[in-house]
Design a protein around this ligand. Structure first.
Ligand SMILES: Cc1ncc(COP(=O)(O)O)c(C=O)c1O
Length: 332
């Protein structure tokens, strides 16, 4: 295993299922569609952060003197924050979440779960999240605590190792079922998921294309982040691989109204998968990425004879934070 030398705790439900989307494939008449169910990783309902947290929490616990508090940051409806809160609870650690914006009138979706999981929340307004997280850490240290900061999205080389291991898991499933995917499509934002997949794909000579559909950043920006993170992740694992922005495939055609703004693309994607296969997407990440993939199928980017995997990265809890924007569709 490429990640064998890194400390790891086992908190995710793995391997996640690899399923054929047969009804949707027949409906669309395009490429053969499959889905990797990382919405089923467990840890307070599942999602991609469970895999990253297996390595991040182990690293926190391995710090000199240990760690007694996890700190991370994100949007108000951050899936990463919710899974970090769950991981902290699981290991008897305190948890501080630095969230963008102001406290909303109601606790819904991920925020409700953060509360149930016992996390403390610091609202950052529009101040830079990482500065605020460092301030919380400094204050806790003066109180004699031992905080460990997990960066935005859990996207550093330690977190990305979770998706190196995930790609190995997928390739083992492919081998057992004699499958090859021409394209793997996923939602990409802070980059740890895509960077981890890229590192393992390169190391294990997987030739399929890894297509990140950006949910918030322009392609140029995200490709720089991805190449740096993938190179640093390879280095952490002792692999002599390096990546340039040209090695990273990012599509930024589906940014719509910006991060977290649910438009017709996301709503239609959520309905399409829910009604064809009984699988729920989230409004911010997977809804946007799946909508982008459907559009690329319509445009013929993915050909009829090809096999395409959608990597479901979770976030379904977020649906409950966006009921108003999704209800219009329910009335259709
Ligand atoms: C459900 C979901 N999908 C995808 C992503 C993007 O993953 P990454 O930040 O590793 O690019 C996130 C990040 O928060 C997420 O919550």
């Amino acid at each position: 295993m490429l990640t064998a030398k890194l400390p790891r705790v086992h908190i995710a439900h793995l391997p996640t299922p690899l399923e054929a989307l047969s009804r949707l494939t027949a409906q669309l008449g395009g490429p053969e569609l499959w889905i990797k169910r990382d919405d089923q990783t467990g840890l307070a309902t599942g999602g991609n952060k469970a895999r990253k947290l297996e390595f991040l929490v182990a690293d926190a616990l391995a710090q000199e003197g240990g760690c007694d508090t996890l700190i991370t940051c994100g949007a108000a409806q951050s899936n990463h924050a919710r899974q970090t809160a769950a991981a902290a609870a699981r290991f008897g650690l305190a948890c501080w979440l630095v969230l963008r914006g102001e406290p909303p009138p109601q606790l819904t979706g991920n925020l409700l779960l953060d509360h149930l999981l016992g996390a403390e929340i610091a609202w950052a307004g529009n101040r830079p999240l990482s500065d605020q997280a460092a301030q919380v850490a400094a204050r806790l240290q003066t109180e004699g605590r031992r905080p460990y900061i997990i960066p935005y999205g859990g996207s550093n080389p330690v977190g990305a190792a979770g998706y190196v291991a995930a790609m190995e898991e997928l390739l083992a499933q492919c081998e057992a079922r004699r499958l090859h995917f021409d394209h793997i499509v996923l939602a990409s934002s802070s980059g740890g998921t895509q960077a981890g997949l890229m590192v393992a794909a390169r190391a294990l000579r997987h030739t399929g294309q890894i297509v990140g559909i950006s949910v918030d950043l322009r392609s140029e920006t995200l490709r720089c982040t991805l190449s740096e993170l993938a190179t640093a992740t390879a280095k952490l694992l002792g692999l002599a691989e390096s990546f340039t922005p040209q090695d990273c495939y990012v599509v930024d055609d589906y940014l719509g109204g910006g991060y977290g703004v649910v438009g017709e693309l996301e709503r239609a994607a959520i309905l399409t998968l829910a009604r064809a296969e009984g699988i729920l997407l989230d409004p911010v990440y997977t809804g946007r990425a799946f909508g982008g993939m459907l559009d690329m199928i319509r445009r013929g980017t993915f050909g009829r004879g090809e096999r395409v995997l959608f990597w479901h990265t979770g976030g379904t809890t977020g649906i409950f934070g966006y009921a108003d924007q999704l209800v219009a569709v329910q009335d259709d």
